[in-house]
Design a protein around this ligand. Structure first.
Ligand SMILES: Nc1ncnc2c1ncn2[C@@H]1O[C@H](COP(=O)(O)OP(=O)(O)OP(=O)(O)O)[C@@H](O)[C@H]1O
Length: 252
């Protein structure tokens, strides 16, 4: 049947197959990366500009066409500026072998951690705990007080007692270890964060926006427990839901 085609199909080399597979894989990863994020709206915006550019050319709107041609000429730079945070995150994930990540077990400290967070919520003690995943957060530790202590519920409760010098800022957990306390995290920027959340919650959104970490927040004001992941908050969690959210996130 293929012999009857009016043109000749070029021979497919194994290198072409490899090339196509790699491009498909990169596109697939890109879609996974931007799915459900602000980037999708930006991409739609850029596609709209492209459409206007094309229509301006077709209808002979020369000035608009010239303006957009100049803008699109520097599109590579524009994309880098618009997506700098996402690009940084993707490269960091690749650097930590995120592409080949295996499913990991939730840390054994989970039960104790959940109990500690719920206890602080009951007592309205403000707390912010960041659980490191694949991406190492060395920069965050450097901005805090290094502890490298074996995790325990009592230790966590002690750190967040309002009269201790370490209670201000975030605690960082790596595996079974509290690596640091009093860490200053980057605050989430952006319009959607201009809600009623204060700096503790914005710091949790900020660090999870920039990395694959999970943050748990106890609100001093509301006595509620929230989890931040990928820059988004899941609020008003009870003990069962908190454990479920953390277990499913940390298994990924
Ligand atoms: N950049 C930051 N990194 C880590 N912790 C921070 C940061 N900024 C503020 N915090 C912590 O948040 C506390 C202030 O919380 P604030 O009341 O502003 O926020 P909130 O989100 O309304 O929290 P809450 O509901 O507990 O009051 C600070 O005392 C400090 O412990």
């Amino acid at each position: 049947m293929l012999e009857n085609l009016p043109f000749e199909l070029p021979a497919l080399h194994w290198r072409d197959l490899l090339d196509i597979s790699l491009v498909a894989f990169v596109l697939y990863r890109l879609i996974l990366l931007v799915r459900g994020t602000r980037a999708v709206s930006v991409i739609f915006g850029l596609l709209l500009v492209l459409l206007i550019y094309y229509l301006a050319g077709e209808f002979g709107l020369y000035t608009l066409h010239w303006l957009l041609a100049n803008f699109l000429g520097s599109i590579f730079l524009v994309v880098i500026i618009l997506f700098q945070q996402d690009i940084r995150k993707a490269l960091a994930e690749m650097g930590t072998a995120g592409l080949w990540r295996r499913r990991s077990k939730p840390p054994e400290i989970l039960d104790e951690l959940v109990l500690a967070m719920m206890e602080m919520a009951r007592r309205r003690v403000g707390a912010l705990v960041v659980i490191e995943r694949q991406q190492q957060l060395g920069e965050v530790i450097a901005r805090g007080v290094t502890l490298n202590a074996v995790f325990s519920r009592d230790l966590l409760l002690t750190i967040f007692r309002p009269e201790t010098p370490l209670h201000d800022g975030a605690v960082l957990i790596r595996g079974q270890t509290i690596t640091a306390a009093a860490c200053i995290l980057p605050l989430a920027a952006g319009v959607e964060h201009k809600s009623d959340w204060g700096t503790r919650h914005r710091a949790a959104m900020g660090i999870t926006e920039e990395s694959d970490a999970v943050a748990i927040i106890v609100s001093e004001e509301r006595g509620s427990v929230s989890v931040a992941l990928g820059g988004k908050l899941t609020t008003a969690l009870d003990e069962v839901r908190l454990k479920r959210v953390l277990a499913s996130t940390l298994r990924r």
